[in-house]
Design a protein around this ligand. Structure first.
Ligand code: ZN
Length: 322
C-alpha cells in the first residue's frame, strides 16, 4: 500500500450544456465525469455540485489505487469566452456563464482545493491538449476545429499558440461569414459557418426545409447531428441533404482556416466529430478545389481526445507551471 499523497490536476471544461471535470496525472486522465451545466443561469449555482463531484472522484481514486490521499495541485478552467490568460481574466462571455466576469475564480479554487488556477479559452485549451498530448504531437503548424454546440477553433503557427492583440486570434473560425447576406448568427454577423451548420443552429434552419414535416427528423424532439446522421444512414432523404449541406459548410470553414494559417494538420474534435463516420476523409474530399495550397499537403485527422481535449490541455499547461 502506498503511503504517500498522490498529486493530481483538476481540469474543468465549461461547455454550453455540460460541465466536464477530470483528474489527471502524468499525461493520463484518471477519472472524469460531466454535470448538466444550465449555463444560462451562470456558473455560481454549479460550484457546490462541482466541489462534491470532485470529492467523489478523489474518493474513487483513493479507493481504486489504495493511495492514502489524493491532493489537487492545480486547477484549469476552459471557458467559452474571450480570456486574457496572462491576466487570468475573462474579458467577455456571451449568453453562457455570464457571471464569471464578476466572480473571483482564483479565490474559489484556493478555498476549495488550496491550489492555483489557470484560465484559457475553451477552443485554445482543447488545442493545447491535442497539440501536446494528442493528434498534433511534434507538429509546428496546426489548426484544431471543435464541432459541437458551436464551432470552436484555434491555431498554432510556427510552434506558437496564436493569441493576438485582443485574445481572439485563431478563435473565430466558426464566425467567418460564408454567406454575406445569410441568416443572422448569435455573434450578430450574417451567414457564419456556425450559424449555417452547428448543433445550436439546427432548429433555426432544418425545420424550414421543404419536406421536413414528412421526414424522420420531424419526429425528433431535440435535433442534433447524431440523430441526423442516423436518419441519413437509414435512408431519410432530408437528413441526407442536411448532412451534405453541413459537410459543405464545414469544408468551407476548413478552407478559410487553411488559407489563413497554412497548417500541416487539422485536428477535428467535438461531439459531431464523434457522431460522424469518416468525417476527416469526407471533409478532405470536399475541400474547395480553389484552395491555394495543395489539399494533399494538409492532413485532416480526428482528435485523440474528441470529448476531453480541453482536460488534457489544462493538464499540460499546469504541468508547464502555467
Ligand atoms: Zn457568428
Amino acid at each position: 500500500m502506498s503511503s504517500k499523497t498522490s498529486m493530481v490536476h483538476l481540469a474543468l471544461d465549461l461547455g454550453g450544456t455540460r460541465i466536464k471535470l477530470g483528474l489527471l496525472h502524468a499525461g493520463q486522465l484518471l477519472i472524469s465525469q460531466s454535470l448538466p451545466a444550465n449555463s444560462h443561469q451562470g456558473l455560481r449555482p454549479n460550484l457546490e455540485r462541482i466541489e462534491s463531484a470532485v470529492d467523489q472522484m478523489i474518493q474513487k481514486i483513493v479507493f481504486d489505487s489504495f493511495a492514502d490521499s489524493v491532493s489537487v495541485s492545480g486547477v484549469s478552467m476552459a471557458i467559452p469566452g474571450v480570456v486574457d490568460s496572462e491576466q487570468e481574466e475573462v474579458k467577455s462571455i456571451n449568453d453562457k456563464y455570464v457571471d464569471v466576469r464578476e466572480m473571483n475564480l482564483p479565490a474559489w479554487v484556493q478555498r476549495a482545493w488550496d491550489a492555483p488556477l489557470i484560465l484559457e479559452n475553451d477552443a485554445r485549451m482543447a488545442g493545447f491538449g491535442e497539440w501536446q498530448l494528442g493528434a498534433g504531437q511534434k507538429v509546428r503548424n496546426m489548426v484544431m476545429v471543435t464541432l459541437g454546440t458551436g464551432i470552436g477553433t484555434c491555431a498554432i503557427v510556427d510552434g506558437h499558440m496564436l493569441r493576438g492583440s485582443h485574445h481572439v486570434a485563431g478563435n473565430l473560425g466558426g464566425h467567418l461569414p460564408l454567406e454575406r447576406h445569410g441568416p443572422p448568427c448569435n455573434c450578430l454577423a450574417n451567414g457564419c459557418g456556425e450559424r449555417l451548420a452547428s448543433t445550436w443552429s439546427l432548429p433555426e434552419w432544418v425545420p424550414t426545409l421543404p419536406g421536413f414535416s414528412t421526414s424522420a427528423l420531424a419526429q425528433i424532439k431535440s435535433l442534433d447531428y447524431k440523430a441526423i446522421f442516423n436518419a441519413a444512414n437509414q435512408g431519410d432523404g432530408l437528413a441526407q441533404d442536411v448532412v451534405s449541406q453541413s459537410l459543405d459548410i464545414w469544408s468551407h470553414v476548413l478552407f478559410q482556416l487553411i488559407s489563413a494559417y497554412d497548417p500541416e494538420i487539422i485536428v477535428l474534435g467535438g461531439g459531431i466529430s464523434q457522431a460522424a463516420e469518416n468525417l476527416a476523409e469526407q471533409l478532405h474530399q470536399r475541400l474547395p478545389k480553389t484552395l491555394w495550397i495543395d489539399p494533399q499537403k494538409v492532413r485532416i485527422v480526428p482528435a485523440y481526445h474528441p470529448s476531453s481535449a480541453a482536460l488534457f490541455g489544462g493538464h499540460w499547461l499546469l504541468s508547464q507551471g502555467r
